[in-house]
Design a protein around this ligand. Structure first.
Ligand SMILES: [Zn+2]
Length: 417
């Protein structure tokens, strides 16, 4: 069944059947190869009949797909295996950044199926015009056979975690402050819902560095689909995404790490802290504002109102003025503080920092600064590398966040409660 008709029911009490369904789906999602029904029953301790019924429910809902066994897998009748569906429900990720817009579709296997970016200065633009162009981009990344069931929007700023005032009401997140866009207390949910109708999951909004960190931790590449079949839709003058996909295809999933600091450089500088594969968001969702760590007391006035913030030294405009060496030294000091605080074995540089020319200058310099300032570096060096996703990272992560919502609660999609 395609996903278009699925509507998650209102909040439900978890039942054993729902828990079992989630357990079974998780096994399918995490398995490196297709899993047979017998293997699912054995791994979960369910009876073969129960495992088979739940597997049928996942297949009928379009959350899983059956694949043929390899030829001559065994004597007798070989069993078909189950995998995450590559058609049907999908996640749509959107990003507004200071000098570009991006969109991405990720399928339920976690594979990036299409990305698109458009470069233009977004500062001072009317919010409605920005959202309308994002909706255009969303249509541009439409993939035949995939239906977005939810949308997540990445912004370069602070997003107020949704507060549910009325039990059962849909929480509405608010963009509290995106200083580099000039946005303050902006509510985009209604407008985006009008522009992109028909997704059953509520719109999610988050910080771009948090979403980019999620992409780094979880998204998979589809080099054949993206690079060869032309599903990477690029705007004029944009070569970053294709390069990122190529790099990523070469590096593969082995580059994924569970604990790292993702530092995103644009006009502003943001960070995502990933611990145990999950983004650490802080008490109110505002963690990771590394761009406003003071690196030059009494220095240049920052858009946040303070002086000498990291982004006044290492943000894109400062970087163009002062050069990579100055930016890398400041980045190294600020990142070392975070690494010392959180005991992180790896650092990923994203956004413009991942551009090959800049990465070549920044990665070794930041690594050298960490070797000097991280207390454990003498016996446990911190790995520093460029992002696999380049500019597309936050949109990829936003789409991945939607997919992870479906993964976490498959019962909402199969109506078995
Ligand atoms: Zn600041």
């Amino acid at each position: 069944m395609p996903s278009a008709d699925h509507r998650p029911p209102p909040a439900r009490q978890g039942t054993i059947r729902e828990t079992n369904l989630a357990l079974l789906y998780r096994l399918i999602l995490d398995a490196p190869a297709p899993v047979s029904r017998a293997a699912l029953a054995a791994a979960t301790g369910m009876t073969r009949a129960t495992a088979s019924t739940l597997a049928d429910a996942l297949l009928a809902a379009g959350l899983a797909a059956a694949v043929a066994p390899p030829p001559a897998a065994s004597a007798g009748r070989p069993a078909a295996g189950l995998v995450a569906a590559r058609t049907g429900p999908a996640g749509l990720g959107l990003e507004v950044n200071v000098d570009y817009l991006a969109a991405c579709v990720v399928d339920l296997s976690g594979t990036v199926r299409a990305t698109a970016t458009r470069h233009a200065d977004q500062r001072g633009r009317e919010v409605g015009a920005v959202l309308a162009e994002l909706a255009d981009l969303a249509r541009e990344v439409a993939v035949p056979g995939l239906t977005p069931v939810g949308t997540a929007l990445a912004v370069p700023g602070l997003v107020q975690d949704p507060v549910v005032a009325v039990p059962g009401a849909v929480p509405i997140p608010t963009i509290q402050r995106a200083p580099n866009l000039g946005w303050q207390d902006v509510e985009v949910t209604d407008e985006l819902r009008k522009l992109l109708p028909g997704t059953p999951l509520p719109l999610a909004i988050g910080n771009e560095a948090d979403f980019a960190a999620l992409a780094e931790a979880h998204a998979e590449t589809a080099p054949v689909l993206c690079a060869s079949a032309g599903l990477v839709n690029e705007g004029p003058g944009n070569t970053g995404v294709a390069a990122a996909v190529d790099r990523s295809a070469q590096e593969g999933a082995a580059t994924q790490t569970a604990d790292f600091l993702y530092v995103s450089g644009e006009i502003g500088v943001g960070a995502g802290i990933v611990l145990g594969g999950e983004v650490f968001r802080g008490a109110r969702g505002w963690a990771g504002e590394i761009g406003h760590v003071t690196v030059e007391p009494g220095g240049v006035l920052c858009r946040c109102g303070a002086r000498g913030c990291l982004e006044t030294v290492a943000g894109l405009e400062a970087l163009r003025r002062s050069g990579a060496a100055v930016a890398a030294a400041a980045l190294g000091r600020a990142i070392a503080a975070a690494v010392n605080l959180f005991d992180l074995p790896a650092v990923v540089l994203g956004g413009v920092y991942a551009r090959p020319d800049l990465a070549a200058e920044l990665v070794p310099r930041v690594a050298a600064a960490l070797a000097e300032h991280v207390v454990s570096a003498a016996w446990a060096p911190v790995t520093v590398r460029a992002s696999r996703w380049g500019e597309a990272a936050a949109a990829v992560g936003a789409a991945t966040a939607v997919v992870r919502q479906v993964h976490a609660d498959p019962a909402a999609w199969v109506g078995i409660s």
